[in-house]
Design a protein. Structure first.
Length: 228
């Protein structure tokens, strides 16, 4: 005697939809985290303003600490660049947007930026109290060039939180991939274990292909766990 059909059973999970959502979410968050972590560093290395010395430049700066990197290296073809002697605070004048002259101090740590085959080493530092247009004037004799940029150490430390997001995104990507593989493997094992009818076969009770004399419910896509 045929029993009443149960509610349609769901295929074993995790489902492909959930797996893909977790995977895509991890990829999106990872891409955002990488951009947020690396963009400030690239801006410091590639886009920080520079100008020849002696000379003056008007720079749009946001509030925070800045270093003056002095060209000290050599060009890419082994040609020595005869720059000026090491800059001192007396060689530099920094004027804020309000016209205030800022304190410039020597920088004890040794940070280096390479740009266009030349090495630039940190020499001086100053604090910008607010965002705006700053005037940096360097009077040191001798032909040279400087770059005004955020400290590399500060930039790296501020990016640590974004690297944390990248790590969590990587975990999400791995989790989504594992869920996808596990779900697909479970559904495949169920199909192989119980066989299947053609997709056009309607849902209903049919002879269990694994045990003669028993009925198993086919939900229209796969065999379920319901037997009679």
């Amino acid at each position: 005697m045929t029993a009443a059909a149960p509610a349609q059973a769901r295929p074993p999970g995790p489902s492909t939809r959930v797996s893909v959502i977790v995977l895509v979410l991890g990829v999106v968050l990872g891409g955002f985290g990488l951009y947020a972590a690396l963009a400030p560093l690239f801006r410091t290395l590639l886009e920080a303003p520079g100008f020849p010395t002696p000379g003056q430049a008007e720079l749009h700066l946001s509030s925070g600490r800045y270093l003056i990197y002095q060209r000290t290296g050599s060009s890419g073809f082994g040609i020595s660049e005869s720059g000026p002697t090491t800059l001192t605070p007396s060689d530099v004048t920094v004027t804020s947007p309000t016209g205030e002259r800022l304190d410039v101090e020597g920088y004890t740590s040794n940070e280096t930026i390479t740009r266009n085959g030349s090495g630039y080493t940190s020499a001086l530092e100053f604090d910008a109290p607010e965002s705006g247009l700053y005037i940096v004037y360097i009077s040191a004799p001798g032909s040279g060039r400087v770059i005004v940029a955020r400290p590399l150490g500060d930039t790296v430390r501020k990016s640590l939180k974004w690297w944390g997001l990248v790590a969590m995104a990587a975990i999400a990507v791995i989790t989504g991939t594992v869920m996808w593989i596990v779900g697909a493997s479970r559904r495949r094992r169920l199909r192989l274990a119980y066989g299947y009818y053609a997709p056009a076969t309607p849902a209903g009770w049919y002879p269990d292909p694994q045990q003669p004399g028993r009925m198993r419910y086919w939900n229209g896509s796969i065999w379920t766990e319901h037997t009679n």
